[in-house]
Design a protein around this ligand. Structure first.
Ligand SMILES: [Zn+2]
Length: 89
């Protein structure tokens, strides 16, 4: 895991920070979507999204995954509309 990513993240408590930075990757912090994931040891990179810190109980940041894909979708829709308008004219 990239140390630069984890050290700048606003983790709620020292326990969270320690587990996120733990070499076994018990908790993953995914800055792109503001998500904390409990690692699933299935040989892949699966994780279970958590909404509250297991140690201090702080509500974790809202995942931006939906907002991200909504933004992608509206960009695609705009592109399609633009193309449709171009074809119509
Ligand atoms: Zn915490």
């Amino acid at each position: 895991m990239d140390i630069a990513q984890t050290s700048t993240a606003p983790h709620c408590c020292d326990s969270m920070r320690a587990y996120v930075e733990h070499e076994d990757g018990i908790i993953y912090w995914w800055p792109k979507f503001h998500e904390y994931l409990i690692s699933v040891h299935d040989g892949g990179s699966s994780g279970i999204l958590i909404r509250f810190c297991p140690w201090c109980g702080t509500q974790l940041p809202e995942s931006s995954r939906d907002a991200f894909f909504d933004a992608c979708e509206s960009s695609i829709n705009e592109l399609e509309e633009t193309e449709a308008n171009q074809e119509a004219s």
